[in-house]
Design a protein around this ligand. Structure first.
Ligand code: AMP
Ligand code: MN
Ligand code: MN
Ligand code: MN
Length: 280
C-alpha cells in the first residue's frame, strides 16, 4: 500500500531531526514515498536521498519557498525539482539572504517588551544559521517559559499585530514558480487554508498561480481541518489543479501529524503523483 508524505522539515531549516533521522523515522512509520521540503534550502536532499534509497523509500527532491504576494507570505512547495538547476540554487540564496537581518529585527522587537537575549537564544535552536526563522524564536520562547509550546507561541508572539513581528519581503510568486518549473518540478501551494483568504482573493490567487504554471495545492496538511480538506479538494478540482498531501512534520511533539499518518485525499482529486513513475 502507498503511504505518501510530500512535506516535511529537517534541521537544514526548522525541523528537529537531521535528514537521516527524518528518513529513518519515515521508514519506521511505513512511508513509501517521501519528499523533504525544507524552507528555502535544498542542502539536505542528497543525505536524505541516500538513506531513503537504502530503506527502499521513493525519495522526491523538494523545497518550500517563502513568497510575498499582495503583502502576505505564502509558501510554495516544489516537488521533483532538480537540485543542480542554477537559477533555483541562486534564487534560493536570494530568499535566504534576508533571514539573518530579519532575525535581528525580531530580537529588537522582543527586546521592546523586555524579552532579551532572543537572538542568541534562537540561534542556539537553529541547525543552519542561514535558515534562522520564527520557529527557532518560538523554541527559545518556550524554553524561557513565555508559552507552553511552539503552537501557542504563534498565538501571542511573532505574528502580525503581536510582539516580535516584523514585516519581510520574500520573493515573488512568479520567481518561485519559474525556478521550480524551470528545474523540471511541480509547484504546489502549501497549506492554502492557513492564509485566511477571502473568496475573491483566493480566487485571484488560484487563477494567478495557474496562469504562472502552478500545478497543485495541498489538500491534506496538518494545517487543514477535515472540512477545509473537502473545501480545498473542490477548489482544486474546479481549477484543474492536482492535489497534494503532506504532514508538514517538524519534529516529535511539535507537529499535529507525524510522518506517514495522513488521511487519504478526498475522492475526485487528481493526486500530484498521478504522472510519476514508481508510484502507480
Ligand atoms: P519563517 O519562515 O521564519 O517565517 O517561519 C515560518 C514557520 O513558523 C513555519 O514554517 C512554521 O514552522 C512556523 N509556524 C508559523 N505559524 C505557526 C503556527 N501557527 N503554529 C506552529 N508553527 C507555526
Ligand atoms: Mn517551518
Ligand atoms: Mn509552510
Ligand atoms: Mn512546511
Amino acid at each position: 500500500m502507498l503511504n505518501i508524505d510530500l512535506h516535511c522539515h529537517s534541521t537544514i531549516s526548522d525541523g528537529l531531526l537531521t535528514p537521516t533521522q527524518l528518513v529513518e523515522r519515515a521508514a519506521s512509520r511505513g512511508v513509501t514515498t517521501l519528499a523533504l521540503t525544507d524552507h528555502d534550502d535544498i542542502a539536505g536532499l542528497a543525505e536524505a536521498r541516500k538513506i531513503a534509497e537504502s530503506k527502499n523509500i521513493t525519495f522526491i527532491n523538494g523545497v518550500e519557498i517563502s513568497v510575498s504576494w499582495r503583502s502576505r507570505t505564502l509558501h510554495i512547495v516544489g516537488l521533483n525539482i532538480d537540485p543542480e538547476y542554477t537559477p533555483l540554487i541562486t534564487g534560493l540564496a536570494t530568499v535566504r539572504a534576508g533571514r539573518m537581518q530579519r532575525a535581528e529585527n525580531i530580537a529588537a522587537e522582543l527586546a521592546k517588551i523586555g524579552i532579551h537575549g532572543s537572538l542568541e537564544g534562537a540561534y542556539a535552536h537553529a541547525g543552519e544559521r542561514r535558515l534562522i526563522g520564527r520557529t527557532h524564536f518560538a523554541r527559545f520562547l518556550v524554553e524561557k517559559g513565555y508559552a507552553k509550546n511552539v503552537k501557542s507561541v504563534f498565538k501571542k508572539y511573532l505574528i502580525k499585530g503581536k510582539p516580535g513581528y516584523t514585516p519581510h519581503e520574500w520573493v515573488t510568486l512568479s520567481d518561485a514558480i519559474n525556478w521550480i518549473q524551470g528545474s523540471g518540478g511541480l509547484a504546489v501551494i502549501a497549506h492554502p487554508g492557513r492564509y485566511n483568504l477571502g473568496k475573491n482573493v483566493l480566487n485571484d490567487l488560484l487563477h494567478e498561480f495557474s496562469a504562472l504554471g502552478g500545478s497543485a495545492m495541498e489538500v491534506i496538511t496538518a494545517s487543514h481541518t477535515a472540512q477545509q480538506a473537502k473545501d480545498f479538494a473542490k477548489h482544486a478540482q474546479n481549477m484543474c489543479l492536482m492535489a497534494s498531501c503532506g504532514s508538514d512534520f517538524h519534529g516529535p511533539g511539535e507537529s499535529y501529524y507525524d510522518l506517514g499518518q495522513l488521511p487519504e485525499l478526498p475522492p475526485g482529486c487528481k493526486p500530484v503523483w498521478h504522472d510519476w513513475k514508481n508510484n502507480a
